[in-house]
Design a protein around this ligand. Structure first.
Ligand SMILES: [Zn+2]
Length: 119
């Protein structure tokens, strides 16, 4: 079933709220999820934040992502790792991030594949 961008966006914003409660103990700040076509950059998703205040601005999930929920959990884990735990690594996916992501995926019955670490 192909969803319209507005429907996908509504679903992903609801999923953010639900996944925050179930996977992140409700600790993530409110954060808008936007849907965009990121295919020219080859990205499935991105986490945009203010570096000086260390506050989230929004998440972008590509309408072309192969799995929108996996991508959303990936970007939410960036929010948790950076904003809540305070990691400021220069590399995008240090071992501490990978451990967090794998355990969140496991709770949802999902497996972490190498391509899940490309965003
Ligand atoms: Zn990432």
């Amino acid at each position: 079933m192909k969803l319209k961008t507005s429907e996908l966006s509504g679903n992903l914003n609801l999923a953010y709220w639900l996944l925050n409660k179930t996977l992140f103990e409700g600790r993530l700040p409110d954060c808008k999820v936007k849907v965009a076509n990121l295919s020219p950059e080859g990205l499935d998703g991105a986490f945009i934040y203010d570096e000086t205040t260390n506050t989230p601005k929004y998440l972008i999930i590509s309408s072309k992502a192969s799995d929108h929920i996996k991508t959303l959990v990936h970007e939410m884990t960036h929010v948790y790792h950076r904003i809540i735990l305070g990691y400021k690594d220069k590399v995008d996916h240090p071992p501490s991030f990978v451990r967090l992501l794998r355990s969140r995926y496991k709770k949802l019955g999902l497996t972490l594949d190498p391509e899940d670490l490309e965003n």
